[in-house]
Write a protein that binds this ligand. Structure first.
Ligand SMILES: Cc1ncc(COP(=O)(O)O)c(C=O)c1O
Length: 391
């Protein structure tokens, strides 16, 4: 059957049939602990009763009408996301890449409004923003771009966590209109910048009249122990993009904006058929309810701390472990050698993990993970790492 699929993924030899909370069961009935959440998507775990109920109820009532008509659920979701993030308006779409496309288009409208005919966006090395042509151009990875040239114009790349590099661009270009960055790089290897990095970017953007656009697609929705990772720093950007955990698996993304950036879209200059339809927005509202009712943002902060301390206790000082880092439930363990094979070894032992940037074990467990399940993750991953490094 897979012969009929385009070979965009090297898939692991397993198919899951059912899930409940942090657990998944494959077609053979084997049970797995999910420490990846479908790459930061299923933050409420699998088959969350509140979300399942909302989806089922909405499916019986009304799935889709199009954005030609008012959608109360979409308006409610926009208001709640804006209040949580400090933004003023939302545009809804179906994925992270589309949310970033909207942000990039906003930056261009903003630039043209300032009579800059070739507006440029500063983007980072090792970033990941998606697979559409504009977002793969914004992405700082040759692997993602190779074969898809010509790339899109209007991006200037600088090293991540380097304020001086942004200042140097400011001194040498009159075309810059925005900076686009992840508050913590996910695909790039769970790269946590210096504490004053976002603040410094905000300052540079203010000094030059640029938009600060933060891609919170992986970091947002409570994952790092605040609703949005920028809230750890007190920095308010002009644009925030979200997706992934927003629908707990129902595809939905959003581009949130405030100030001038919030008022640049008009009827006819942007849109998408499915974006913010009743089914997706009802699911996302149920996700917000659950995160609030179950106090999962604070829980992510506490459990993340427990996991980081647990890993440091078990692995720090071990030859081959370079760094253990992260924030909330976004955790990276960097080894001194490529370790992609750990993913298969973990699967065999009943655990789902990921390896990114070749050498970084990436853990993104559901926010509903209990302290006991967190301890299981620490012990299982530590054991795998010790065995792997022992050769
Ligand atoms: C930070 C970030 N931005 C954008 C994306 C792209 O999102 P999507 O795959 O939903 O298009 C991802 C996906 O991994 C991501 O981690």
């Amino acid at each position: 059957m897979a012969d009929y699929l385009m070979a965009t993924y090297a898939r692991l030899p397993v198919q899951f049939e059912r899930g409940e909370g942090v657990w998944l069961w494959d077609t053979e009935g084997r049970q797995y602990l999910d420490a990846l959440s479908g790459i930061a998507v299923c933050s409420l775990g699998h088959a969350h009763p509140g979300v399942a109920q909302a989806i089922a109820d909405q499916a019986r009532r009304l799935v889709h009408t199009s954005n030609l008509y008012g959608i109360t659920l979409q308006e409610q979701l926009a208001e709640r996301l804006c209040k949580l993030s400090g933004m003023e308006r939302a545009f809804f779409c179906n994925s992270g890449a589309e949310a970033n496309e909207a942000a990039i288009k906003i930056a261009r409208l903003y630039g043209h409004g300032r009579e800059i005919t070739t507006p440029s966006v500063i983007v980072m090395e090792n970033s990941f923003h998606g697979r559409t042509l504009a977002t793969l151009t914004a992405t700082g990875s040759r692997k993602v771009q190779a074969g898809f040239e010509p790339l899109v114009q209007g991006f200037i790349r600088v090293p991540y966590n380097d304020l001086q590099a942004i200042k140097t661009v400011a001194d040498n270009s009159n075309d810059v209109v925005a900076v686009l960055a992840e508050p913590i790089q996910g695909e790039g290897g769970i790269n946590v910048p210096d504490p004053d990095y976002l603040l410094g970017m905000r300052q540079i953007c203010d000094d030059h009249g640029w938009l600060l656009m933060l891609d919170e697609i992986q970091t947002g929705m409570g994952r790092t122990g605040e609703w949005f990772a920028c809230q750890h720093t007190g920095v308010l950007p002009d644009v925030i993009t979200v997706a992934k955990a927003l629908g707990n698996g129902v595809p939905i993304g959003a581009c949130l904006a405030r100030g001038t950036a919030a008022g640049l879209m008009h009827p006819g200059n942007h849109g998408t058929t499915f974006g913010g339809n009743p089914l997706a927005t009802r699911a996302a509202l149920a996700v917000l309810d659950a995160i609030e009712q179950e106090r999962l943002v604070a829980h992510a902060a506490e459990l993340g701390q427990q996991l980081l301390e647990g890993f440091r206790e078990q692995l720090a000082g071990l030859t081959g472990v370079k760094e253990i880092r992260g924030l909330g439930l976004m955790i990276g363990i960097e080894l001194d050698r490529p370790c992609a094979e750990l993913v298969g070894r973990a699967l065999e032992s009943g655990l789902l993990i990921n390896v990114t940037a070749e050498r970084v074990i990436r853990l993104l467990p559901p926010l509903v993970t209990t302290a006991h399940q967190g301890q299981m993750i620490v012990e299982k991953v530590s054991e795998l790492v010790r065995e792997f490094l022992a050769g």
